[in-house]
Design a protein around this ligand. Structure first.
Ligand code: AMP
Ligand code: MG
Length: 420
C-alpha cells in the first residue's frame, strides 16, 4: 500500500515546520518496499557491461594467475640456496617465454616480472640485491624464502566467485572478466524511465524568454542523473498545464516505462490538474517530507509503472532525485547495494538550521593539512540556486533534530561521485 498524506494547506519549501510531515527515512523505506527489481537477463560483450548489473555470480573457470610467477625482475633461486656463496646463472625466463629446464642446487635463472617460475625454484631475489660477476651472482644478506613470488590462483582460484551477482560493473570488473578470458557477461535489462517537465512558464533552450518565463533546466539535470544511473531514457519534453495533454502524456509514459518522473506541479493549487489526473488514472500519494530542500513529493503507481512527481525548484529536483529516485532506480535495476556512500567531516563554517526537517546543504569537502576531512557549505542555500550544486562536491546531511553545526563539529556528508 502506498502511504497517502492529505494536505490541508499549500506547502511551500520555505515554510516553517508544520505537523504531518513524513521523515526522509520513512519515505525512503516506503518507496523501496514498493519496487520489484527487473529480472530479465541479456548477454552483452564485456565493454558494454560497464555500469550494468551482473545478473548472477561469475565463477572463475581458471586460476588467475594461471602459473606461479615472478613478482619482480631478478633471479629465480631455491630457498635452500639463499645462504650459498655464489650461484651460477644457467638461463633466462621471460614473460611469455618460460625457462625450459629445472634448477639444481647452486643454480639460478635470470627472471623477468610475470615469467613462470622455473621448475624447483621458489624464491626471487631482486636484481638490486645481487652482485653479478660473469655468470655468477652473489646475494645480499637478508633474503626471505618464498619472497617476490605470485602463486597460481592467488588472485582468483578456479571455481571461486570472481564477481558477485547483482553488483554494478565498474572498470575493475571489466578487467577481471577479461583476466578470466570471458568475452560476454549476463546482465539485467536496464529499466526504462520516462520523464517530462510540467508548467506553462517553461521554455525550451532554443526559444526566446518572455518576462516570467524560465528555461526548462530540470529536464537537463534529470537527463544527466538518469544517464549516470544507467537506465534507458524516454524524454517527453515540456508539457504545459493542460489537463488533456497531461493525461495523455501520463498514460503514454506509464505504458512505455517502468518508472515515470515529472518535475514541478507537486504543490497543490499550482497544478491541480496533475493531482486530479493522477487520482483518476493511478494510485499516487502526495507526500510532505520533513526535508529541505524538496518537501513536496508525489509517489505512487500509474498502472504497473512507479511514479515520482518531484518538486519544481532546480535544487529540490536534484536532492529528491539523489535521496529517493536513485535508491529506487538501483533497486529497480536489481542492484544489491542501493545506498550512497557517506562519511563524516569537520565543519569549518557555521551551518545554520532549525530543528524539524532534515537538511541537505550543498558542501565543499576537502582534505585539511592535518589529514582530516573538512567541510563548509556553499553559502546561500535557496532551493532555486542551482549554482550551489555546481560549487559543491557533497551534500551535508543534517538530521531532523539538528540545530545546525558550529565550527569544529562533526557532520555527515554524502560525497558526489569520485572515481568512476
Ligand atoms: P512548482 O513546483 O511548479 O511550483 O515550481 C516551483 C519553481 O520551480 C517555480 O519557480 C518554477 O518556475 C520552477 N520550475 C519548475 N519547473 C522547472 C523546470 N523544468 N526548470 C526550471 N525551473 C522550474
Ligand atoms: Mg508550476
Amino acid at each position: 500500500m502506498i502511504k497517502k498524506v492529505d494536505v490541508q494547506i499549500r506547502p511551500n519549501c520555505e515554510d516553517d515546520v508544520e505537523p504531518a510531515l513524513i521523515s526522509v527515512e520513512n519515505a525512503l523505506d516506503t518507496i523501496v518496499a514498493m519496487i520489484q527489481p527487473v529480472l530479465e537477463i541479456e548477454l552483452v560483450p564485456v565493454r558494454e557491461a560497464l555500469g550494468r548489473i551482473l545478473a548472477k555470480d561469475l565463477l572463475s573457470p581458471v586460476n588467475v594467475p594461471n602459473h606461479t610467477n615472478a613478482a619482480m625482475d631478478g633471479y629465480a633461486v631455491r630457498a635452500s640456496d639463499l645462504l650459498q656463496h655464489g650461484l651460477t646463472v644457467i638461463g633466462t625466463a621471460w614473460a611469455g617465454r618460460p625457462f625450459e629446464g629445472s634448477i639444481k642446487q647452486g643454480q639460478c635463472v635470470r627472471i623477468m616480472t610475470g615469467s613462470v617460475m622455473p621448475e624447483h625454484s621458489d624464491t626471487v631475489v631482486m636484481q638490486e640485491q645481487v652482485e653479478k660477476i660473469d655468470d655468477m651472482i652473489y646475494l645480499a644478506p637478508g633474503q626471505r624464502p618464498g619472497q617476490h613470488v605470485r602463486y597460481a590462483g592467488e588472485d582468483l582460484a578456479t571455481g571461486s566467485i570472481a564477481l558477485s551477482g547483482k553488483q554494478r560493473l565498474f572498470p575493475a570488473e571489466l578487467g577481471i572478466t577479461a583476466s578470466l578470458g570471458i568475452s560476454e557477461l549476463p546482465v539485467l535489462k536496464k529499466p526504462r524511465v520516462a520523464f517530462f517537465s510540467t508548467g506553462d512558464e517553461l521554455r525550451s533552450i532554443a526559444e526566446p524568454l518572455a518576462i516570467g518565463e524560465v528555461y526548462d533546466s530540470n529536464r537537463y539535470t534529470l537527463h544527466g542523473m538518469l544517464v549516470r544511473a544507467g537506465v534507458e531514457l524516454i524524454d517527453y519534453g515540456v508539457v504545459p498545464d493542460d489537463p488533456a495533454l497531461l493525461q495523455e502524456t501520463f498514460e503514454r509514459a506509464s505504458a512505455n516505462a517502468d518508472l515515470v518522473i515529472t518535475s514541478a506541479g507537486a504543490s497543490v493549487g499550482d497544478a491541480d490538474y496533475v493531482h486530479q489526473i493522477l487520482k483518476k488514472i493511478g494510485e499516487v500519494g502526495f507526500w510532505k517530507i520533513a526535508m529541505k530542500p524538496g518537501r513536496p513529493l508525489s509517489v505512487g503507481k500509474i498502472g504497473p509503472a512507479i511514479f515520482f512527481g518531484l518538486p519544481g525548484n532546480p535544487v529540490s529536483v536534484m536532492v529528491t532525485f539523489y535521496q529517493f529516485v536513485l535508491p529506487a532506480l538501483r533497486k529497480l535495476s536489481g542492484e544489491k547495494n542501493i545506498s550512497s556512500f557517506r562519511c563524516t567531516a569537520r565543519v569549518t563554517n557555521r551551518l545554520k538550521k532549525k530543528p524539524g526537517r532534515a537538511e541537505f546543504q550543498r558542501g565543499v569537502l576537502s582534505l585539511s593539512d592535518d589529514g582530516a576531512l573538512t567541510v563548509k557549505n556553499t553559502g546561500e542555500q535557496g532551493s532555486g540556486i542551482l549554482s550551489s550544486m555546481n560549487r559543491a562536491n557533497c551534500f551535508i546531511v543534517l538530521p531532523t533534530d539538528s540545530e545546525g553545526a558550529n565550527v569544529g563539529d562533526i557532520v555527515t556528508v554524502e560525497p558526489f561521485p569520485g572515481l568512476i
